[in-house]
Design a protein around this ligand. Structure first.
Ligand code: NIG
Ligand code: FE
Length: 419
């Protein structure tokens, strides 16, 4: 299948295929071509340039079965890479949301048995079929808003059986969806009520029973821990990441959302692909990150929804660090997978320029889920994961015109999706 997307007002996100992430000042640059075309061959990006240039002429001469797609003077952007979600869940939690509006904190709700434990109760009774159906619907929704790669966590099971159930649902999503999906095993999301006061034993269960079974069925790409005040300690996290590593599971963890918990340090120690949330991050942590291969991943939706402090994204970029941003799509702290909204939050709440926000949600997001060699930019040989926007003036309009869907056509691996 060969496609030419033409009549593109501007093609954005052009990057050397060898580049895996952008840091510091580099994040302010986005390669682009005006009046462009994009050539797609067998699901991969095979060429691009200015419409009518010599490359374009050659394609027209040599290819007999070309399909033309008229971009209608829309922009073409590489699809979003959403590197942190919990989009497999059994039930929404809008009642707690009302409690939050009335003044209860996230931690207070969790202590009363709400929050993650509330989701775990619903998970225990949900069938794989129901979970698959509802998650499928959410995948369709995020794809229609421009996401082509997504990381999905377990963590609402909290028993061996229910954690495996969640991961099998994610595997089924991988098998059936054209989207690029990565699975993250988050057995250590909260301590289940039966283990209250015996947290250590729950950590033992994760290490001795869950991790070996997850690995035996090859159900996860990463291992996660909610390393934070009131949840899992640095010692718990160290033990779990160490055990995961022995089974080939790379760390990708929740850190420093509720306090300066030491989560970044333990993540870097295990060469985590990313450390996520980071509301409570100081200079010491930034220095450590600057000497590591770990991506700082910020989740604007959760900080916004929970009315919490914002992670120091600007300082990180000034420090020369890379920054990625993701949706954290989940029923408790961020019930939205809309990455266009994340782009707006990047600018409005974190003062990132449109270019920096764009890089944080595409190539750097791809790095944070270990797919930046496959997707996340317009580069020859990468998957043709991109969208055509409505006819809008330029890149800055994406975060500026917030809250509405600017995607007019969505392509994953060179195929247009229909919704
Ligand atoms: O990323 N911080 C921990 N976990 C999720 C929240 C999950 C929930 O409340 O259901 C998060 O925000
Ligand atoms: Fe999360």
């Amino acid at each position: 299948m060969r496609l030419i997307i033409h009549h593109i007002k501007e093609l954005f996100g052009i990057l050397d295929p060898e580049i895996r992430l952008l840091r510091g000042k580099e994040m302010g640059q986005v390669g682009s071509i005006k009046n462009a075309y994009l050539y797609v061959k067998d699901g991969l990006i095979a060429g691009f340039g200015q419409e009518g240039d010599s490359g374009y002429q050659l394609i027209l001469q040599e290819e007999t079965e070309l399909k033309f797609v008229d971009a209608g003077q829309g922009l073409v952007l590489p699809a979003f890479c959403d590197a942190h979600t919990h989009l497999v869940y059994a039930a929404s939690r809008e009642l707690e949301y009302v409690d939050k509006i009335n003044g209860l904190s996230y931690e207070e709700i969790a202590k009363r048995g709400g929050g993650i434990l509330n989701s775990a109760k619903a998970m225990a009774n949900a069938s794989e079929e129901e979970l698959f159906e509802s998650a499928w619907h959410r995948l369709q929704e995020i794809a229609s808003m421009g996401t082509a790669a997504v990381e999905i966590k377990s963590g609402y099971g909290l028993t061996t059986e229910a954690e495996l159930k969640m991961l099998r649902v994610i595997r089924r999503l991988k098998e059936n969806s054209p989207l690029l999906i990565k699975a993250n095993f988050l057995g250590a999301h909260a301590v289940p009520p039966d283990y209250r006061g015996r947290q250590h034993e729950y950590v033992d269960l994760i290490i001795n029973e869950m991790i070996p079974l997850v690995a035996a069925e090859n159900l996860a790409d990463f291992i996660d821990v909610f390393c934070d005040q009131g949840f899992f300690t640095v010692e718990d996290t160290d033990r779990i990441l160490n055990a995961g590593m022995k089974f080939g599971l790379r760390a990708k963890i929740h850190a420093n959302e509720l306090a300066r918990s030491g989560g970044i340090q333990v993540g870097v120690k295990y060469n985590a692909i990313s450390v996520d949330h980071l509301e409570f991050t100081g200079e010491e942590e930034m220095e450590l990150l600057s000497q590591s291969e770990t991506m700082p991943l910020i989740l604007p939706g959760a900080a916004f929804f929970l009315h919490m402090p914002y992670a120091p994204a600007r300082q990180m970029i000034r420090y020369g660090l890379p920054v990625a941003m993701a949706s954290d799509f989940n029923p408790g702290s961020s019930p939205s997978g809309n990455m266009q909204l994340i782009l707006s939050m990047a600018s409005i709440l974190y003062r990132l320029t449109p270019e920096e926000g764009f890089n944080a949600t595409t190539i750097n997001g791809a790095y944070a889920m270990d797919v930046s060699h496959e997707t996340g930019s317009i580069s020859i040989g990468k998957r043709a994961d991109f969208y055509i926007t409505q006819p809008i003036p330029g890149l800055a309009y994406m975060p500026y015109y917030y809250g509405s869907n600017k995607v007019s056509k969505m392509f994953v691996k060179g195929k247009e999706l229909s919704f």
